[in-house]
Design a protein around this ligand. Structure first.
Ligand SMILES: NC(=O)c1ccc[n+]([C@@H]2O[C@H](COP(=O)([O-])OP(=O)(O)OC[C@H]3O[C@@H](n4cnc5c(N)ncnc54)[C@H](O)[C@@H]3O)[C@@H](O)[C@H]2O)c1
Length: 414
C-alpha cells in the first residue's frame, strides 16, 4: 500500500524545494523612503490590515492579490490606484513592491510565505504561521536563510501587558511557575454558528480563481461556501486552536520564555451548533512543557461570560491577564493585567497593576523593514506557536496524547 511521506506532502503542496533557493537581496531603504506594500488575501482580516498599514506614515499600498475578485472594490475604496490580481505570483514579480502582507486562509499561508521570501520581499504573515508542522519547519528555515524581515500577525506580542508580565516574571515575583490556565469564550444567537458567513451573490466560479484557492487540495467543482467558510473544514483550517489559541499560547511562551511543548492532549467536539462544521467548537487542551509546567486552554462558542484571559500561577505570586471582551482584534477596552503576591511566600509583597502601553504591531513591522531590526513577533514565535497548535489538533484527531517527536513525524493528510 502507498504510504505518503513528508516529502510527498511537501511536493503535493508545491513547497518541496523552496528552502533551498538563493534569495535576492532586499532593496535598501533609508529612514525617509516610502515603503511600498502589496497584500495577498484581502478578506475580513486583510481589510483591517489595509486600514492599519495605511495609517502608518510614509507607506503606499501599490497592489493586492485575491482569488475572489469581489474583494477588489472594497480595497480600492481604501487604497485608490492599487493594481489588482487574482493570483499572488504577478504581485510578487513587481519590482515596486518592497514588502507583502499575507492575510489569506491558513492552508495557503506556507505557499504565500515562501513565495514572498523567494521574491526578495519582507513579510507580514497572519497567524497561524502554517497549516502543518512540516510547512512550519520549511518556513522557519526559509526565513532564516533569506534574511528578510518577518513579522507574524500575533499582535499581542506588541502588547503592553506582555511587557508587564515579562518584567514581573524576570524580576522573580512569581517564584516557580508550575501551572498556567487560559481560556477564551464566545457566543452567538441560537442557530447561527460562530464564524459562519453568508456567501455573497457575486461569489461565483466566474469571479474566483478556484484552483489557486484549492492550493494543492484535491480538485473539485467550485464551492462558494467552502471559499467563504474555510475555517470550518480541516483541509483549510485548524479550527479555534489555530484561530485563537495560537495568540494565547504565543503570549504565554513569550512571557515565560518557554521552549516547545513536550506533549499535548486535547478533547472536545462540535457541541454548540451542529451545522456541518468539522472543527470542534468546545475544546480543552493541555500542553506539557519541560521543567515542571503545564498549560491548559479551554474554549467554548456557547457562553462568553468569562471573556478571555490567563492565570499564571507561581509559588510566590499570580498574574491575572484578562479581557472582558473575547474579540482579539477590537477588545482593547476590556484588557487588564495584575500581579497578586502569594502571602505564604511573599508576605510583604504588594499587588501591582500593569500600565505599559501597547505598541503598534503594524508600525513595528514597517519600522523594522526600514531599520532591518527584528520585529516584535518574529518567525521563531510564529514557529513555536504553530507547532504547539498543531500538536493540540493532532492529539484531538488521534484521540490520544501526542509527544513532540510523534507530532513531528506525522505526515499531514487533507
Ligand atoms: N491576527 C488576528 O487577530 C486575526 C484576526 C482574524 C483573522 N486572522 C487571520 O487572517 C487570515 C484571513 O482570515 P479572514 O477572516 O480575513 O479570512 P477571509 O476568508 O475573510 O479572507 C481571506 C481572503 O483570502 C482570499 N484568498 C483565498 N485563497 C487565496 C489565495 N490562494 N491567494 C490569494 N487570496 C486568497 C479569499 O478570497 C479572501 O478574500 C487567517 O489566517 C486568519 O487566521 C487574524
Amino acid at each position: 500500500m502507498f504510504k505518503p511521506t513528508r516529502r510527498d506532502f511537501l511536493k503535493q503542496t508545491g513547497l518541496g524545494t523552496a528552502a533551498l533557493l538563493a534569495y535576492p537581496p532586499a532593496r535598501v531603504l533609508g529612514a525617509n523612503d516610502r515603503v511600498r506594500v502589496g497584500m495577498i488575501g484581502v478578506g475580513n482580516r486583510g481589510q483591517d490590515l489595509l486600514d492599519e498599514v495605511k495609517a502608518v506614515p510614509n507607506v503606499q499600498v501599490v497592489a493586492i492579490a485575491d482569488v475572489y475578485r469581489g474583494r477588489f472594490e472594497a480595497a480600492r475604496k481604501v487604497a485608490p490606484g492599487i493594481t489588482t490580481f487574482d493570483d499572488h505570483r504577478p504581485l510578487l514579480d513587481r519590482k515596486d513592491v518592497d514588502a507583502v502582507i499575507v492575510a489569506s486562509p491558513l492552508h495557503t499561508h506556507a505557499r504565500h510565505f515562501l513565495d514572498t521570501l523567494a521574491a526578495g520581499k519582507d513579510l507580514y504573515a497572519e497567524k497561524t504561521m502554517t497549516w502543518s508542522i512540516p510547512e512550519a519547519e520549511q518556513c522557519l528555515a526559509a526565513a532564516h536563510q533569506s534574511g528578510r524581515v518577518v513579522q507574524i500577525g500575533l499582535q499581542w506580542e506588541s502588547s503592553g501587558a506582555l511587557a508587564d508580565a515579562k518584567r514581573w516574571i524576570k524580576d522573580g515575583l512569581l517564584g516557580k511557575v508550575t501551572q498556567v490556565n487560559s481560556w477564551m469564550s464566545r457566543n452567538t444567537p441560537h442557530g447561527q454558528g460562530q464564524w459562519v458567513r453568508r456567501v455573497p451573490a457575486d461569489c461565483t466560479p466566474e469571479n474566483v480563481n478556484w484552483s489557486a484557492f484549492l492550493n494543492g487540495r484535491p480538485d473539485r467543482p467550485f464551492d462558494g461556501f467552502r471559499l467563504i467558510n474555510w475555517r470550518l473544514f480541516w483541509e483549510f483550517s485548524g479550527g479555534n486552536v489555530t484561530e485563537n489559541m495560537v495568540h494565547q499560547v504565543a503570549w504565554i511562551m513569550s512571557a515565560l520564555e518557554l521552549p516547545l511543548p513536550t506533549a499535548a492532549s486535547m478533547s472536545g467536539g462540535v457541541f454548540s451548533e451542529k451545522d456541518g462544521r468539522q472543527v470542534p467548537d468546545t475544546i480543552a487542551v493541555t500542553l506539557e512543557f519541560p521543567n515542571d509546567l503545564i498549560w491548559s486552554w479551554q474554549s467554548t462558542f456557547s457562553n462568553r461570560h468569562y471573556g478571555l484571559g490567563e492565570h499564571i500561577l507561581g509559588s510566590d505570586g499570580t498574574i491575572e491577564h484578562g479581557w472582558s471582551e473575547s474579540d482579539m482584534v477590537n477588545g482593547e477596552e476590556g484588557e487588564s493585567i495584575r500581579f497578586f503576591p502569594e502571602k505564604v511566600n511573599r508576605p510583604h509583597g504588594a499587588a501591582l497593576v500593569g500600565k505599559t502601553k501597547d505598541q503598534d504591531h503594524m508600525g513595528n513591522w514597517i519600522d523594522c523593514v526600514r531599520t532591518r531590526k527584528t520585529p516584535n513577533a518574529p518567525v521563531e514565535i510564529g514557529y513555536q506557536s504553530a507547532i504547539a497548535a498543531h500538536m493540540a489538533n493532532l492529539a484531538y484527531r488521534k484521540k490520544q496524547r501526542i509527544t513532540l517527536e510523534e507530532a513531528k513525524a506525522v505526515v499531514p493528510q487533507f
